[in-house]
Design a protein around this ligand. Structure first.
Ligand SMILES: Cc1cc2nc3c(=O)[nH]c(=O)nc-3n(C[C@H](O)[C@H](O)[C@H](O)COP(=O)(O)OP(=O)(O)OC[C@H]3O[C@@H](n4cnc5c(N)ncnc54)[C@H](O)[C@@H]3O)c2cc1C
Ligand SMILES: NC(=O)c1ccc[n+]([C@@H]2O[C@H](COP(=O)([O-])OP(=O)(O)OC[C@H]3O[C@@H](n4cnc5c(N)ncnc54)[C@H](O)[C@@H]3O)[C@@H](O)[C@H]2O)c1
Length: 448
């Protein structure tokens, strides 16, 4: 049987582009379809533009405190439209680089939607049918809707990057990554911010002592957290503002923008997967084995569409492992243990490994070391915000099973420290390391 391609990939995001490049490098004839913009969520409307906005947000506090460092900044103004447009220009630049990478690797790009029409065939929106020995589903995820009346008045993270102006008042529904990151960003740009969360827990997968610090510091700034406040309905008022009614019977609240950030669902609707025999789980994720293969032998899936860990570096690793396995003669799987992650909130949280609670559930002999400190810069500036670093160890040799940080630059510090956790080092290895002074990271080797 001959096919048009060795590999056809649906979705040119983090996982799809990596798989395309590596498979082509192994000699495969590859094509990819992208219905929106090459680069996918992370590059176009996720990690990258979000982090650029976080950088923009830092200036609010720094400018406010500049006088304490000897700088008089008079007449400082924030221009949202300028930042928005500069960020979008850079996103376009990156989109071009991703396209260039595909072209350099001789990957054929189809700038249109593709759906499955057979176990070895896709049909493009233009009607063209293309056959391939293998098909990779890398279609990512899509924001979940608010599941309440009037949710069409709300926006999602897709739209937040394109606002005409910073809203005077915003209610962010959800208590996860996106809610906490945009709470920090928009607060810095001048919005009155409320996080409305349906339960009493936010950032559920993170160490709750660290999360407690985030809430404490957020509240001290003026961010409002409405806990146990599931949405009942959203109504649009005559003046264009919106009113949110909560199912807990609490006071309805007005806002100019409501952003729903209640998770992302796998992007499989209308893809034709079930019709060709691909099994999906209850939320529509493609069910795959460790080798990323679906219930159909010729069809694989990587990234958010499999709903394993919705992070870019994970999608990239899965795409790479798939290409090495199927086209490189190097069958391999990836590890889902000790994946470092960060919430780019203000201040940011970063973590690797088990939370204190998880460690106590899994081990008898758990030790927790803490440093609750005020970063030197904050002492000088007069900012009250503190940092908290936690090390969780298990066993008599005090092997480190978790590191949890909140404080300035915690994501930068944790990436390096995560190597030690993955390598299975003990607390003693950190004790044996001389402090690099003065730094915040030195707190990690001075834990008592
Ligand atoms: C606001 C936000 C911030 C984030 N920040 C971070 C962060 O800081 N760090 C981090 O690690 N992760 C972050 N993420 C998560 C990260 O973006 C995703 O985990 C990652 O993009 C998943 O990659 P993927 O390849 O699975 O899918 P995606 O990158 O979503 O790519 C899927 C692509 O498939 C295309 N597509 C879908 N269906 C079709 C079809 N039928 N035909 C053709 N094309 C199709 C889509 O248009 C899309 O371009 C963030 C996500 C969001 C929303
Ligand atoms: N820094 C990062 O790495 C980063 C940043 C942004 C997004 N992401 C990825 O994107 C994914 C999506 O982000 P997210 O913030 O939308 O999801 P999330 O899974 O982080 O948080 C979803 C939140 O919404 C709440 N929720 C779920 N259903 C609800 C409902 N019906 N009503 C009210 N609340 C509800 C949950 O309790 C949770 O607090 C994340 O899981 C993450 O993997 C990563």
């Amino acid at each position: 049987m001959t096919y048009d391609y060795d590999l056809f990939i649906i979705g040119a995001g983090s996982g799809g582009v990596r798989a395309a490049r590596i498979a082509a490098g192994h000699g495969a004839k590859v094509a990819i379809a992208e219905e929106y913009r090459v680069g996918g969520t992370c590059v176009i409307r996720g990690c990258v533009p979000k982090k650029m906005l976080v950088y923009g947000a830092h200036f609010a506090e720094d400018l406010h405190e500049a006088a304490r460092f000897g700088w008089d900044i008079k007449g400082a103004q924030f221009d949202w439209q300028r930042l928005r447009d500069i960020v979008q220009d850079d996103v376009t630049r990156l989109e071009g680089l991703y396209g260039q990478t595909l072209a350099n690797n001789h990957v054929d790009v189809h700038a249109e939607r593709a759906v499955l029409s057979g176990t070895n065939e896709v049909t493009l929106a233009s009607g063209k049918q293309i056959s391939a020995k293998y098909i990779l589903i890398a279609t990512g995820g899509w924001p979940a809707n608010a599941e309440c009346d009037g949710w069409e008045h709300a926006i999602t993270s897709n739209e937040i990057f394109h606002l005409d102006q910073v809203p005077d008042r915003i209610i962010i529904v959800g208590g996860g990554y996106i809610a906490n990151e945009f709470a920090g960003i928009l607060y810095a740009f001048g919005s009155d911010v409320t996080i409305a969360n349906r339960s009493d827990t936010i950032l559920r997968s993170y160490d709750q002592e660290i999360v407690g610090k985030l809430i404490e510091m957020g509240e001290a700034k003026g961010i409002r957290y409405r806990m146990n406040a599931p949405l009942e309905k959203i109504e649009k008022n005559a003046d264009g503002s919106l009113t949110v009614y909560f199912a807990d019977g609490g006071e309805p609240q007005q806002a100019d923008v409501i952003m729903v950030a209640t998770g992302r669902v796998p992007n499989t609707a209308g893809l034709g997967l079930e019709a060709v025999g691909v099994s999906l789980d209850s939320v529509g994720a493609v069910i795959v084995g460790d080798d990323n293969r679906s219930s159909v032998d010729s069809i694989y899936a990587v990234g958010d569409v499999t709903n394993r860990v919705q992070l870019t570096p994970v999608a990239i690793r899965e795409g790479h492992a798939f290409a090495d396995t199927v086209f490189g003669g190097n069958p391999r799987t990836i590890s889902y243990d000790n994946i470092p992650s960060a919430v780019f909130s203000s201040p940011p949280i970063a973590a690797v490994g088990l939370t204190e609670r998880e460690a106590r559930q899994q081990y008898d002999d758990v030790q927790v070391y803490r440093s609750d400190f005020r970063p030197m810069k904050n002492v000088l500036s007069g900012r009250q915000e503190r940092g908290l670093y936690k090390m969780v160890t298990a066993g008599s040799d005090e092997k480190i099973v978790g590191l949890h940080l909140i404080g300035p630059d915690s994501s930068e510090i944790l990436q390096a420290a995560a190597v030690a956790v993955v390598a299975g080092l003990t607390k003693q290895a950190f004790d044996d390391t001389t402090a690099l002074h003065p730094s915040m990271a030195e707190e990690l080797v001075l834990l008592k």
